[in-house]
Design a protein around this ligand. Structure first.
Ligand code: ZN
Length: 165
């Protein structure tokens, strides 16, 4: 017995299928927790944990869009050994990202490199249970903008891409 035979039901099921595709296995973390506030600005909520993992590795946005990025450290380890931030960088390749992370590692207390010209936006460095929100204007040029946590040693795992399209 088939119930989904009316044209409406077929359209509905394709919409559902498309929706599932949009946040399917290819981008397991995009779209989770996005909220649009009363002023129309979308907030992307990202967590960082004691396993050095961001919950979101890919953020898709439109050129010039305003976005709020809310990072929460959901870990329990002490801040001296496990803190997180979210640092959005200019377009650069993986080796340049690594070099920047290396130069940031010695810059206490916030682990931001002395030369911040490659940084488009960043949150505060967060200890366990803390969160911080930064509002950004998405770059007007399409492409992939890397983001990382600059706490020493974290950028190898804690990284993602802001995809402007
Ligand atoms: Zn981190």
């Amino acid at each position: 017995m088939r119930k989904l035979t009316s044209p409406f039901a077929l359209v509905l099921s394709s919409v559902i299928a498309l929706g599932l595709t949009a946040c399917g296995p290819s981008s397991p973390s995009s779209g989770t927790g996005d909220k649009v506030s009363a002023d129309g600005v979308r907030t992307v909520e990202i967590t960082g944990n004691d396993q050095m993992q961001y919950s979101v590795h890919e953020i898709k946005a439109k050129p010039g869009e305003k976005l709020r990025i809310k990072l929460t450290n959901i870990g329990r380890m002490p801040a001296q050994t496990m803190s997180h931030n979210w640092v959005l960088l200019k377009k650069m390749d993986a080796s340049a990202v690594n070099a920047l992370a290396m130069s940031a590692a010695s810059k206490t207390p916030d682990y931001l490199p002395a030369d911040q010209s490659s940084i488009l936006a960043h949150t505060k460095l967060l200890g366990p249970g803390q969160s911080d929100t930064v509002e950004i204007t998405v770059p007007s040029e399409a492409g992939s903008y890397p983001y990382i946590c600059t706490f020493p040693g974290h950028a190898a795992l804690m990284k993602g891409q802001l995809i402007v399209q």
